[in-house]
Design a binder for this molecule. Structure first.
Ligand code: SF4
Ligand code: SF4
Length: 339
């Protein structure tokens, strides 16, 4: 049974959580993260308010340094064209959100670099260069619900966050929209929203339809969010298939890194129904629960879902966890060790 260490959030405060972070990191064994340590996290889409705050990261950097780790904070660029689409925009967004090297005490490096560069480990998966080139990884995940994956935790953070655009697109292939002309009011909100020019107007007798250009579509889902009538929607089974792809890619990444020294920290605070890629105002699924740490990525995500409550999520959040377990990434049974 895998161990999952846990600091509960008490009524009062983040200060206490931060004070206990050092003990939590010690218990899970960050002293064994040697050499160059990638501190992988999501620094928040611009206008997102609930991303994991730099004050926690600064504390973690301090602890890692005490143990001799030479760490850097990192993430990869996105598949959709917002304020983290390329490295330069991501640096600007990260700095606006307070992820400044001078504050954190370590460099911030966008892992896929200026040219979305990675190391191809199989036909579908390319690991972002700086993550591959590290000696160890500490993965910080902000636990949230997710519009397409039901749940976003450590498995999703590895699958979508440690790879280049090519591998993100591979996962998003199953979330490409489908179109129902009966429901379409021809408002063209979808065409305005699509930054990839992947929706065109197609003449169809006395009315126009909207047509998806498959080769151009990256499956980002922005048009689905913009379509108020439901004319654009996910295909049947898309959410389940997306979770299966996430587990598949996480498995490939973790088994292809030239190091196995990885530790996972899940923050169960500011838990929103959508992930930190969204620029929506916060709306919380439940009160703060605390912080978890484990060497087992399956156990920590299972524990996270159990603590939040499986039924709080839209859809079944455990598909990715079960699949990751089936692929041999870890155990769904765990023991909670309170810190
Ligand atoms: S068509 Fe929709 S899902 Fe595809 S790239 Fe455009 S906005 Fe994204
Ligand atoms: S947003 Fe929806 S309703 Fe409007 S044109 Fe696109 S598919 Fe049709």
């Amino acid at each position: 049974m895998s161990k999952v260490y846990f600091i509960p959030a008490n009524a009062n405060e983040n200060v206490l959580l931060i004070e206990k972070l050092g003990t939590l990191l010690g218990r899970v064994g960050v002293g064994n993260l040697n050499g160059v340590v990638a501190l992988k996290m999501h620094m928040g889409e611009r206008k997102n308010k609930t991303f994991l705050k730099p004050v926690y990261v600064r504390k973690i950097v301090e602890v890692l340094k005490k143990h001799g780790g030479d760490t850097f904070v990192t993430d990869t660029t996105t598949v959709y064209k917002l304020a983290r689409y390329n490295a330069m925009d991501y640096y600007r967004t990260a700095f606006e959100h307070g992820f400044l090297p001078s504050y954190l005490g370590c460099p911030v490096i966008i892992a896929d670099g200026l040219k979305d560069e990675g190391v191809q480990v199989n036909e579908k998966v390319e690991i972002a260069r700086s993550i591959y080139d590290s000696d160890a990884m500490l993965l910080l995940s902000h636990a949230t619900g997710h519009g397409s994956a039901s749940f976003g935790g450590a498995i999703k953070n590895v699958a979508m966050g440690c790879v280049t655009k090519k591998s993100k697109i591979y996962q998003h292939e199953v979330t490409k929209p489908t179109y129902d002309n009966e429901l379409c009011t021809q408002c063209d909100a979808c065409i305005e929203e699509c930054k990839f020019d992947a929706i065109e107007i197609k003449e169809n007798g006395d009315r126009d339809d909207r047509e998806l250009i498959n080769e151009k579509c990256v499956g980002c889902g922005c048009c689905i969010a913009a379509c108020e009538t439901g004319a654009l929607h996910l295909q049947v089974g898309a959410k389940e298939n997306f979770q299966l792809r996430i587990a598949e890619v996480a498995n490939t990444v973790l088994k292809s890194l030239p190091y196995s020294n990885c530790i996972f920290i899940n923050f169960l605070i500011d838990i929103t129904p959508f992930c930190d890629c969204e620029d929506l105002s916060p709306e919380y699924m439940c009160p703060d629960i605390g912080i978890l740490a484990s060497k087992d990525i399956v156990a920590i995500d299972q524990a996270t879902i159990d603590l939040i409550g499986k039924h709080s999520f839209e859809g079944d959040p455990t598909i990715q966890v079960k699949e990751a377990h089936r692929l041999g990434l870890g155990e769904q049974e765990y023991e909670i060790c309170r810190v």
